[in-house]
Design a protein around this ligand. Structure first.
Ligand SMILES: Cc1ncc(C[n+]2csc(CCOP(=O)(O)OP(=O)(O)O)c2C)c(N)n1
Length: 391
């Protein structure tokens, strides 16, 4: 029988490692690190919002000021994403009772206290009010990051560092701002044109999620610097024509011809949605002079069925490009719908194969386009995920 290390006999050892971990989380090995993180997490008042609301008011943090300040930092890193403003359709910001001043062991009168934490911004001293504002800005604005469950300390710390070292006011060069605005406008104009030109035709518009084009453009421009020469991508119907037109630069003339009702596609497979099933290949020439090949796989109506096809294509392309060791030259990129991603078992099957010797592709970028509807089904009727907690 395995005996637990968390026993009285090991108290000195545990305390010594805990002391070292609190000074520097990387000073102990990853097993200890995970153990102490679990310990701290378990020490948070309540993990679950509903349980916290129902529980008697025992959640107020007690203990020395420094412990509460460190706990505050930890709580935002762990739970900040649950109150991030990521839902543009919701007027109200989500709330989490675990992230209130009171639950974290503070009162209004404490807000002007000068505090610091060796876990946050190099122990910089600031008013408690400012520390909370900074944590809110990093973890609970329009980007939410759920990452504290990552067991590999090096990876977790990398994410943490990237999030916390974002400058207060990010400076995006004017030329980049204009390029991104152009990407948004092109996406919007494309949909508006289709809507007015092909009235009544079934469309899978990208409207409301045009930011996808900005993300794709940003990924594309990062490719040369990361050694990526080719993108193998797959996606369903939503926004596909827009992606073909504005990302793969397929000729608008051809797209509109295919869209027109007069167009009779291959009669064997042809149906009204055929224009949404076609694949395409292109080479994008960037302003830097670099080139990136992009392949969009053809896909059937069966949502997410294209995922393993893209992984297989990417792996084959890696072999063709002689990149079977690092698998950096070919990037698999999968776009999913929110309902399909949660609902289709093939998503889990594909993820499950990602680390297998015979199937790995060195990592895939997944983007879930969350328009908060799955045909006519609302998220609360379609999935049991923690997005419920955020409504
Ligand atoms: C395997 C499969 N099941 C059901 C359908 C029918 N269907 C077509 S679109 C759709 C909803 C998809 O919702 P979501 O993934 O959120 O994408 P959205 O169209 O909202 O962007 C469904 C269920 C399908 N095409 N394939």
């Amino acid at each position: 029988m395995r005996t637990s290390i968390a026993a009285r006999a090991n108290l000195d050892l545990i305390e010594e490692n805990y002391r070292r971990w609190r000074q520097n989380p990387e000073a102990v090995d990853s097993g200890w690190s995970a153990f102490f993180e679990g310990f701290e997490l378990g020490n948070l008042p309540q993990r679950n919002g509903a349980a916290a609301a129902a529980a008697p008011r025992v959640g107020v943090r007690e203990g020395p000021l420094q412990t509460r300040v460190d706990g505050l930092v930890y709580a935002y890193r762990t739970l900040g994403h649950t109150i991030a403003r990521v839902n543009p359709l919701s007027e109200k910001r989500p709330e989490n009772p675990l992230l209130t001043l009171r639950e974290l062991g503070f009162g209004e009168k404490d807000l002007d206290l000068r505090v610091s934490s060796k876990f946050f911004l190099d122990n910089r001293e600031m008013a408690l009010r400012e520390m909370i504002a900074r944590l809110e800005k990093i973890y609970a604005e329009s980007i939410g990051a759920e990452f504290m469950h990552i067991q590999n300390t090096r990876i977790r710390n990398w994410v943490l560092h990237r999030l916390e070292s974002r400058p207060d006011k990010r400076h995006t060069p004017r030329a980049v701002q204009i390029a991104l605005l152009r990407a948004l406008l092109e996406a919007e104009s494309f949909e508006v044109f289709l809507h007015s030109r092909y009235v009544g035709q079934k469309r899978f518009s990208l409207q409301g999620a045009e930011a996808l084009m900005v993300i794709l453009d940003t990924i594309l421009h990062k490719c040369p610097g990361a050694g990526v020469e080719e993108i193998c991508m797959g996606m369903s119907h939503r926004g596909r024509l827009n992606v073909l037109a504005n990302f793969l630069k397929k000729s608008l003339r051809v797209i509109f011809t295919e869209f027109s009702e007069n167009y009779v596609p291959d009669l064997v497979a042809g149906d009204a949605d055929v224009k949404y099933h076609l694949g395409y290949r292109t080479i994008r020439k960037l302003s830097s002079g670099a080139q990136v090949e992009i392949r969009l796989s053809a896909n059937p109506s069966h949502l997410e069925a294209v995922d393993p096809v893209v992984e297989g294509t990417a792996r084959a392309r890696q072999r063709i490009r002689g990149d079977t060791e690092h698998r950096r030259k070919v990037l698999p990129l999968l776009l999913h719908g929110d309902a399909a991603f949660a609902g289709q078992g093939i998503v889990a099957e594909t993820l499950n194969m990602s680390q297998l010797h015979g199937y790995g592709t060195g990592g895939t970028v997944h983007i879930v386009v969350n328009n908060q509807i799955g045909f006519t089904t609302l998220p609360e009727d379609a999935r049991s995920s923690s997005s419920h907690a955020c409504r």
